[in-house]
Design a protein around this ligand. Structure first.
Ligand code: KIV
Ligand code: ZN
Length: 551
């Protein structure tokens, strides 16, 4: 890379737009959507879709609710032409779906395009030519006036042939391709020249598509360009202003959303953003971004997994794991604190304590789009106590008290860190067993009996301390109080039991109970112990020994 990139690259000039309005607006409704999966998306595939794959994707787009679908570039190849013919002759497009076709401003191509449309019910004929200074100079070697002539000639050639599409409802669309890299004044001039030929009216509008063919600036600049056109173009009310963004600077979604604020009516894009280079706009993301603000997107992604599966099969593209809404991992929480917060949020939602979805870390209910929230199924050094506790509880029914989670979490994390990899539930359980249950030194239990008289419990404990037998008795208002008293008579520094809980272990070899005990020593320090036994009294005695052994 260059030390001083300004010797090679320059900033994009801002649009002069005093009093711009779009920053103060909010989106309140869905735009008109147009899928360009079968044209822009398809032309960007290493192996373009065959007719049957295109048909399957077409049906899927219809099912999602798209009413405008750019089905191809019928003059570009026989496959494209045939596909168009099959859609029309086999009556595959529902009554309310417009078939859109793309064509350049060339007579032979326009001829073939019109031929491909005969018999269709609703069509959008989409004419484009490129308008940016670089395209004018480098690619076409034409003056601005000559570039306008290309557009006007193309518009005329289409207009003069419309009578051949009797019985077909027709909408005309013009794209000054590379609009976002074009001077706005020239974008307006060329668009108005096309309007002069097509003569749109408020009752019979034409589509003016303003492509961000290559993203060359920040999304606010695109929004300024759109607002500038919406404010300055003549007969705005005879136009459907349409956005068509790509993603070269990774801001195709942002550019579209800001472009809508700037006054556009319509959006072109593809499922999951397939398209040339870094892709077209990802329509799924923009639609679901509207949805998560409570706006009906008028597209149905209730079964996103199945749409994804069809898309991947037809296009041969993969959806990255972090792709918004659709990615494999976007509803999986790895971090313990995230899991904890999500669980609390889901709980509130489930109990009807939230009027509107307000679950931390989940912008949308995954169930609404046929997906599921998943907690981490592996624990790594980033998982925290929540992940550890979740795994022990879910896989082994071990319900650690909150404070014990706080004690064991860091112990487990240190161990996971030392291993430098993710660990399984079984490994975590083994860690817990080693740390709490399997401690037998210095104290080990050999026998414990109690008898109760007049509310006083007497115990007799047989133990070993570092392998040497120790016996003592004690009394108290329960077996544990008696045990604590017995220890004090055996010269063990004083301690008290500050927390106690127990539960049955659901299954497995233990088929037993587990007890958790927190003790507090005279210096005020607390420590947890845990014990397992088929006898709950013995489980709690073992838990006391476990706490003492962990000093
Ligand atoms: O990206 C683009 O500019 C296009 C046009 C043909 C609309 O795909
Ligand atoms: Zn494009």
């Amino acid at each position: 890379m260059l030390k001083n990139p300004s010797t090679k690259y320059r900033p994009f000039p801002p649009v002069q737009l005093p009093g711009r309005q779009w920053p103060n607006r909010v989106l309140t409704h869905a735009p008109i959507w147009c899928s360009v999966d079968l044209r822009d998306g398809n032309q960007a595939l290493a192996v373009p879709m065959n007719v049957s794959q295109k048909l399957e994707l077409f049906q899927t787009l219809v099912k999602c609710g798209f009413k405008e679908i750019e089905v191809g570039f019928p003059s570009a190849s026989n496959t494209e032409f045939t596909f168009n013919r099959r859609l029309i002759e086999e009556n595959r497009a529902p009554e309310d779906v417009w078939l859109q076709v793309l064509v350049q401003a060339r007579e032979d191509l326009i001829e073939r395009t019109i031929e491909s449309l005969v018999g269709a019910k609703k069509v959008i004929i989409h004419l484009y030519n490129s308008t940016s200074p670089a395209q004018r100079r480098v690619v076409f070697g034409k003056t601005p006036k000559e570039i306008i002539d290309v557009a006007v000639q193309g518009a005329r050639m289409i207009y003069e042939r419309l009578h051949r599409l009797k019985g077909t409802q027709i909408t005309l669309q013009y794209s000054p391709e590379s609009f976002s890299a074009t001077e706005v004044e020239f974008g307006k001039e060329i668009s108005e020249a096309v309007m002069d030929v097509w003569k749109p009216t408020p009752a019979k509008k034409m589509i003016l598509n303003l492509p961000d063919t290559v993203e060359v600036a920040m999304p606010n600049v695109y929004a300024d360009q759109i607002e500038w056109i919406c404010r300055n173009i003549k007969n705005r009310d005879s136009l459907i202003v349409s956005l068509h963004t790509h993603n070269d600077r990774y801001t195709g979604v942002a550019a579209t959303e800001l472009g809508l604020l700037a006054g556009a009516d319509r959006v072109e894009g593809t499922l999951f953003g397939n398209g040339e280079r870094t892709g077209n706009l990802d329509i799924v993301t923009v639609a679901l971004n509207l949805y998560m603000h409570g706006i009906d997107p008028r597209l149905d992604f209730s079964n996103l997994n199945s749409i994804r599966e069809i898309y991947e099969r037809c296009t041969g593209m993969d959806i990255p794991a972090r792709q918004p809404y659709a990615g494999e991992l976007v509803f999986t929480a790895f971090s313990g604190s995230h899991q904890d917060a999500i669980r609390k949020g889901l709980n509130e939602w489930g109990n009807g304590r939230q009027q509107h979805w307000d679950v931390p870390y989940l912008t949308i209910d995954p169930n609404d789009i046929g997906r599921e929230y998943r907690e981490v199924i592996r624990v790594n050094s980033q998982s925290g106590k929540g992940g550890v506790a979740y795994l022990l509880e879910n896989e082994y029914g071990i319900e650690l008290p909150k404070e014990l989670q706080r004690e064991f979490g860091p112990i487990a994390n240190d161990e996971v860190d030392r291993l430098g990899r993710e660990v399984s539930g079984a490994e975590l359980k083994a860690m817990f067993w080693r740390e709490y249950i399997e401690r037998s030194a210095p104290w080990e239990l050999k026998g414990f009996e109690t008898e109760s008289r007049n509310g006083t419990v007497r115990c007799r404990a047989r133990l070993t301390r570092d392998g040497k037998p120790v016996e003592f008795s004690g009394e108290g208002n329960g077996p544990l109080a008696a045990l604590v008293h017995g220890f004090s008579t055996a010269g063990v520094p004083r301690f008290e039991i500050t927390q106690y809980s127990e539960h049955a272990l659901s299954s497995g070899e233990e088929a037993a109970a587990i007890a958790y005990i927190q003790i507090k020593t005279t210096n005020g320090k607390t420590r947890w112990g845990a014990g397992v036994d088929t006898n709950i009294e013995l489980a709690s005695v073992k838990a006391v020994l476990s706490a003492l052994n962990r000093s």
